[in-house]
Design a protein around this ligand. Structure first.
Ligand SMILES: Cc1cc2nc3c(=O)[nH]c(=O)nc-3n(C[C@H](O)[C@H](O)[C@H](O)COP(=O)(O)O)c2cc1C
Length: 343
């Protein structure tokens, strides 16, 4: 599958953008585990245009992440185009590798965003959505992609027609989360309409399906049943970045990997933590790692006290020592966790 000239290989599995989760350390880890592409957390177009340094910093990416998309969101057409141009030049503005792709978020359901007409709020104004996308494609030198949902609610599942319109204004790939805005994250993702977009003979750009992929088997089914070009994994990667290795292995060999032992999870968590420290420093690096650390060892028996230690300690050396203790005490165990990890 190709996005513009960027070759993601056969049946690629990408990491979903997730606010407060998919920072550079997690993105690198997921790329190392086999994710074909990663995306930054969403970046506010208003914040970019107002030159807010924290917003600009969110566009900072590293060579090791490539190919990486910088994702923007907003509702004001001029600001969105200006922000897209800035994302296009992310390497100059924020340093680092910059963006290989500019991705537009038309899927976020959170009230403070969708309620203001941004994210999935744009699904109520498809003409405006298409016009903004067209203007961005014309303004940006890199491939432009869109991530969106099925529609606003059950009575307005417009994705099949919308996909054609977005393709016609020049996007290079489309990611569809199989829920409406009104579903938020509830219920089960409905892949039927993702399949319908893929089946539409007019469509020729890659279609990436997203929603509820939480095992290698489910990933394989998504490809086999719905014929999508790629899939995107979000919540199931949380505390479980090796899901990309598990999916890749099944897709490439037809065989399932055994669950990862706690010893190997500790090795990954340590790598993740070290990246977090290197990239964010000892204070923020520890703080932002907490939500991940509590998830790596989900399902482990008699773990409560150790978990509390992991997520309250401020001292990196103590956290590393606790991780070593986890490997020593539970090393060969392989806890079974049902369903979606993390959130
Ligand atoms: C904590 C969290 C943060 C998210 N942030 C973003 C975001 O910044 N941009 C975006 O397009 N989607 C965002 N999403 C949606 C995910 O990218 C994805 O579409 C959704 O979680 C469904 O996929 P999953 O079932 O594999 O998790 C977020 C989801 C979660 C749970």
């Amino acid at each position: 599958m190709k996005i513009g000239n960027i070759d993601l290989g056969e049946r690629p599995v990408t990491l979903a953008p997730m606010e407060d989760v998919t920072d550079a350390s997690f993105r690198i880890l997921c790329r190392e585990a086999g994710a074909a592409m990663v995306t930054t957390e969403f970046v506010s177009s208003d914040g970019l245009v107002r030159d807010v340094s924290k917003t600009i910093a969110k566009m900072h990416t590293l060579e090791e992440e490539a190919p990486v998309a910088v994702q923007i969101y907003g509702s004001i057409p001029e600001a969105m185009v200006d922000a897209a141009k800035m994302a296009d030049k992310a390497a100059e503005l924020a340093g680092g590798h910059g963006a290989d792709i500019v991705d537009i978020n038309f899927g976020c359901p959170v009230s403070k965003i969708a309620g203001r007409g941004a994210g999935s709020g744009m699904m109520r104004e498809p003409d405006k959505m298409v016009a903004i996308t067209k203007a961005i494609v014309e303004a940006v030198g890199k491939p432009v992609t869109v991530k969106t949902r099925l529609g606003w609610d059950d009575n307005s599942k417009i994705i099949v027609e919308l996909a054609e319109r977005l393709q016609d204004v020049g996007i290079s790939a489309l990611t569809i989360h199989g829920r409406t805005r009104c579903q938020m994250y509830k219920g089960e993702a409905d892949w039927t309409l993702i399949g319908a977009v893929k089946d539409n003979p007019r469509m020729h750009i890659p279609i990436i399906g997203n929603g509820d992929i939480n095992s290698a088997q489910k990933a394989k089914e998504a490809f086999d049943r719905w014929g999508v070009d790629g899939i995107m994994v979000g919540r199931a990667s949380f505390g479980h970045p090796w899901i990309f290795t598990e999916i890749r292995h099944l897709l490439d060999t037809g065989e399932e990997l055994p669950p990862m032992s706690v010893k190997d999870r500790v090795a990954l968590a340590k790598r993740h933590f070290q990246l977090s420290l290197d990239l964010k420093g000892p204070v923020t690096g520890v703080y932002e790692m907490r939500r991940h650390l509590s998830c790596y060892f989900k399902g482990l028996r008699d773990f409560k006290e150790t978990r509390i230690k992991l997520v309250t300690s401020k001292d990196p050396a103590e956290i590393f020592a606790t991780l070593d203790y986890v490997a020593q005490r539970w090393g060969e165990e392989t806890p079974e966790v049902e369903g979606v990890y993390g959130l």
